[in-house]
Design a protein around this ligand. Structure first.
Ligand code: PGA
Length: 262
């Protein structure tokens, strides 16, 4: 795993943007795996700004989001579908048919929705670049601790801590779903390249578990150690529990010197 330690959340977003732009420059019809939550907001703002400047087009891009709350209609303001529309899809030229999330409003057969999502990802040729955030408990997507490392898209019950962390996105009295359809850990590992972004001291334990801990369902993000092309972009606070922090900084310095950095 490549570990990039940067100053702050803003720098995390700008490095994440550089990876995304490189992917789109190399392949105009790239398939992106996208995340929601607080972390990717600044990245999406940078993508929108680059689109506004005429530097990027998403006309041929396809995207698959990691997850969606079960039972929320796509136009429910707290659905991830609405989030993506607000923050990215509605502000760039992506074709709406090419921007997918699991269909979670009253599905007749949840297993069928999950199976179909996997089929669509394969049909698109697989994910070229998967963007990830990181839960305080080490989750990626909504793969909470004890998720199978071989899991595929399925229905999951969210951990109490995840619900508490995400409660800030819901208004008082608004029902917060406790289940969601999420890509599985193996679905995520099938992406060709993965960029995980994390900032803040509240992510430090999860970052350490992901990068330096044992590969274990206890910290789902640790499964990324099994992937050949992962970059973890973390700020100083999120990196604060890394035992080999100086080593990662040394490697990044060498890569900068050799012009190998993205
Ligand atoms: P956050 O969530 O970006 O809102 O911190 C990340 C996650 O839970 O995966």
């Amino acid at each position: 795993m490549d570990v990039l330690i940067v100053d702050d959340a803003e720098s995390v977003a700008s490095r994440g943007f550089a990876f995304t732009r490189r992917c789109l420059d190399q392949k105009s019809d790239a398939v992106l795996g996208l995340a929601t939550g607080g972390t990717p907001l600044a990245l999406y703002a940078l993508l929108v700004a680059a689109y506004d400047r005429g530097e990027l087009t998403f006309d041929k891009v396809r995207s698959f989001n990691l997850d969606e709350y079960l039972g929320l209609s796509p136009d429910h303001p707290q659905s991830y579908s609405a989030y993506m529309q607000r923050e990215l899809f509605g502000r760039i030229d992506i074709q709406s048919r090419n921007a997918q999330l699991p269909v979670c409003e009253d599905p007749e057969d949840v297993d069928e929705v999950c199976f179909d999502y996997e089929k669509q990802i394969i049909g698109a040729g697989g994910i070229d670049l998967q963007i990830l955030g990181l839960g305080e408990n080490g989750h990626i997507g909504f793969n909470e601790p004890a998720s199978s490392l071989a899991s595929r898209t399925r229905l999951k019950t969210l951990a109490r801590g995840t619900l508490e962390a995400n409660a800030r996105f819901f208004h008082a009295g608004e029902t917060q779903p406790v289940t969601a359809i999420t890509m599985g850990i193996q679905t995520i590992l099938d992406a060709r390249e993965i960029v995980l972004m994390a900032s803040g001291a509240n992510k430090a334990a999860a970052v350490a578990g992901m990068i330096e801990g044992p590969v274990s369902a206890f910290c789902p993000a640790s499964a990324l150690q099994l992937h050949p092309s992962v970059t973890a972009i973390v700020d100083q606070d999120a990196a604060s529990q890394l035992k080999l922090k100086g080593f990662y900084e040394w490697i990044a310095l060498q890569n900068d010197r050799l012009g190998r950095s993205v």
